[in-house]
Design a protein around this ligand. Structure first.
Ligand SMILES: [Zn+2]
Length: 481
């Protein structure tokens, strides 16, 4: 396989990975030392399915999951080797019959959820441990450390915790929140599990979800309501993907990988979740779950402003409100909502003109996608397709997922697990007369958000032309007021 030279980004990416996976003999010292990285890359790199011709079903890692990317179903059918053989012939659609034949049922389902673009890009080896899909030594190092820790007899060590305590006191948040996080890390919050351990007679089931025991990790991180907050943006995806077994482990990873701002927002969201939990139990008024993220960010911003940290400039937000496009242009707001329990994703798109009038809107339900970024990229692609269906040729696409909008605006291909959808969106957009991509914060994207959430209660797809469902009128009016 030859290294590709489409653009500098690709060179950095394809060059090491594709070369390193082939044996090179008699090479220079530099090459030999680079080759030592091969094992690391073998452990971390994942194939993103395009046309499926390069990927060996049984030998390669190609399931879009960090912890489990290689097929583990026993190989009963020896004639099927390449991933492309799992498609319905001459399409890029998974053949359910073949999947059932080759894989255990749960693994067949996992494969069927992999998004493949119909225009059949090539298969690409990507490095899923960094946000932009590019290999970095730092991420490789963390991969090795994580692998070592899994092998070690006991992974929790006092030495680790020592740095965690120090980091907790360094967090740029009000003292009450530091104290709170410190207690959570020591597992001394009065959760139901902890009360029970102290012989208080309580029912340990969490009142938030009614399903699981209320431990610290559950109430602040795993519970449905907490998850709704953490999943609403993309900034904590790296933690969600990690899968931690305790709150301390979560903090450890956050301190290692997150920015100071992310740490502060994380701590404040935890504090807000706990405040909310207590107020709800006491039947006192409190924030709605969807308000928590905004509330926490406001608190952090106020604290940083008051403490004159200077870094609050990085908090500068995109425009808060929806704004109409210039005359003659149409703006599509797009959004996605993940319904984990229902195993589906809702897409919402709404086109408006310069006077704020709705041209058309859609709400569509599709199969589950693994990450927020992938779901958002699918919403962007749907928005471009919708523009073509409506014969709108001058459009601005606006979404609230910064990573996806940045990827859409970047030159060259996108080497992430959702990159194929971004690439296809850009190709479809390039066929229009004018198509640009803009970021807006969530407050400015409310209408698309509501349409995405609506998908769960609707038919597979609902389309409204020059109209909107009545219950969304309030949201539309608030954008215009
Ligand atoms: Zn719960």
């Amino acid at each position: 396989m030859q290294p590709k030279k489409k653009n500098p980004k690709c060179v950095r990416m394809y060059f090491p990975i594709n070369i390193l996976l082939n044996n090179l003999w008699g090479c220079s010292y530099a090459w030999r030392s680079i080759l030592q990285a091969r094992d690391v890359i073998n452990k971390g790199a994942i194939w993103r399915v395009g046309n499926g011709e390069l990927i060996d079903i049984w030998r390669h890692r190609w399931l879009p999951d960090l912890h489990y990317s290689k097929i583990i179903s026993p190989r009963a059918n020896t004639s099927v080797i390449r991933v492309c053989e799992l498609f319905v012939p001459h399409t890029k659609i998974w053949d359910p019959g073949k999947l059932a034949l080759c894989f255990l049922p749960w693994e067949a389902e996992k494969v069927s959820q992999i998004q493949v673009c119909s225009d059949g890009e090539e298969d690409v080896l990507i490095w899923p441990l960094t946000a932009d899909g590019e290999y970095s030594v730092r991420s490789a190092y963390h991969l090795l450390v994580a692998a070592e820790e899994c092998l070690a007899p006991s992974s929790s060590s006092l030495a680790h915790n020592h740095t965690v305590w120090k980091q907790i006191w360094k967090m740029k948040v009000p003292n009450k929140i530091r104290h709170f996080i410190w207690r959570a890390a020591k597992d001394s919050l009065p959760t139901k599990v902890n009360l029970k351990a102290r012989n208080v007679s309580v029912d340990v089931v969490c009142e938030g979800c009614g399903d699981y025991s209320e431990s610290t990790l559950h109430s602040l991180w795993l519970c449905d309501q907490a998850r709704e907050v953490w999943m609403s943006g993309s900034e904590f995806q790296f933690l969600i993907r990690r899968g931690c077994r305790s709150f301390v482990e979560l903090l450890e990873y956050l301190f290692r990988e997150g920015s100071g701002l992310q740490v502060a927002v994380f701590a404040t969201i935890c504090w807000c979740l706990w405040q909310r939990r207590n107020r709800v139990r006491m039947h006192q008024p409190s924030w709605q779950v969807h308000e928590i993220e905004g509330q926490a960010k406001r608190m952090v911003r106020e604290f940083w402003d008051a403490n004159n940290q200077g870094q609050h400039r990085s908090m500068r937000r995109p425009p808060v409100r929806w704004s109409p496009p210039p005359a003659g242009t149409y703006k599509a707001n797009f959004d996605a909502a993940i319904f984990e329990e229902l195993q589906c994703v809702g897409l919402g798109v709404v086109f408006r003109d310069h006077s704020g009038q709705v041209i058309a809107a859609l709400s569509q339900r599709i199969g589950l996608s693994r990450t927020v970024e992938l779901a958002e990229a699918l919403a962007a692609r749907r928005a471009v397709e919708f523009a073509r269906e409506l014969s709108l040729f001058d459009v601005i696409l606006e979404g609230d997922c910064l990573r996806v909008v940045q990827a859409l605006n970047a030159s060259g291909g996108c080497n992430t697990l959702y990159g194929h959808v971004v690439n296809e969106t850009k190709r479809l957009g390039a066929d229009l007369r004018h198509c640009s991509y803009q970021h807006v914060c969530r407050e400015g994207n409310k209408l698309a958000h509501c349409l995405a959430r609506r998908a769960v209660s609707s038919a597979d797809i609902d389309v409204w032309v020059e109209d909107l469902p009545e219950d969304l009128d309030v949201v539309l009016q608030s954008d215009l007021s």
